[in-house]
Design a protein around this ligand. Structure first.
Ligand SMILES: [Zn+2]
Length: 256
């Protein structure tokens, strides 16, 4: 059971201005695109902080991740309680992982949680531990902590515990459960989720062939020096949005 308020609001997205509508379009697109990439699955969720301090946008617990639209997103306050949204919709039970991470990480504006099986495998064995093995995985050079409690993060206390495990890192694994990825924007979050799963999949495949050769400290430093994150995110976001448009996954009138 979760203790989310079931209060239902009546405010429409248009009343909140173009900034919120842009974020709504991005979160809906990110969700559909992560689903289309086989990353998000049927019960993950994406959130984004609203710039006015009201809280954050997140999808409802029951809405299909394969057919989400911007108007179906809910506004939750900083404690994870429902502020407004279409009648009858309520936040995911794990809304508290979003609220508690956003509370303690001012550098983070967007959070994704998903249950990618190939990636979760790394929490089911003593070794190898998931590390940065591909070049774009330098994003997680500081480490990828594993949260030991596999429970659903359905209380504020569990949200705070997960936020403590994440610390200052940019991603964490939840044992026998799933992943958390955080970033400064929705496009950056999407790209990070893609790279995070690419890295885990590559490491899984490599482990089948022989001993793992993680990136060295010098290699990580060199790639970090060369990487222009904003430019990289913009290039890949444009690519994946184009792919999603071509496949009819997102709508052409969304502001992406
Ligand atoms: Zn979960």
């Amino acid at each position: 059971m979760d203790d989310v308020s079931r209060t239902e609001g009546t405010k429409s997205p248009a009343q909140d201005g173009p900034a919120e509508q842009h974020l709504r379009d991005q979160v809906a697109a990110c969700t559909l695109m992560l689903n289309d990439q086989g990353i998000l699955g049927y019960s993950g969720h994406v959130s984004v902080r609203l710039p006015d301090g009201r809280g954050f946008l997140i999808q409802s617990v029951d809405q299909s991740r394969a057919s989400l639209t911007p108007d179906l997103l809910l506004v939750c306050d900083p404690d994870g309680r429902l502020l407004s949204g279409p009648a009858g919709l309520r936040p995911p039970s794990e809304v508290f992982m979003h609220s508690e991470i956003l509370r303690v990480r001012p550098d983070v504006n967007a959070v994704a949680h998903f249950h990618h099986d190939r990636t979760t495998v790394f929490t089911l064995v003593d070794a190898p531990r998931l590390v940065a093995i591909k070049n774009h995985a330098v994003r997680w050079a500081s480490g990828i902590p594993t949260h030991g409690d596999p429970s659903h993060v359905n209380t504020p206390a569990r949200g705070r515990a997960l936020a403590a495990t994440l610390g200052a890192h940019h991603a964490a694994l939840i044992r026998a459960h799933g992943q958390i990825v955080v970033a400064e924007s929705v496009p950056a979050l999407f790209i990070d989720c893609v790279h995070f799963v690419e890295n885990a999949t590559a490491m899984y495949d490599a482990a089948l062939l022989g001993a793992i050769l993680p990136l060295t400290a010098d290699e990580i430093a060199s790639f970090q020096q060369d990487l222009k994150r904003d430019k990289h995110v913009s290039k890949l976001w444009s690519y994946y949005v184009g792919l999603a448009l071509a496949h009819g996954v997102v709508q052409p009138d969304w502001s992406l």
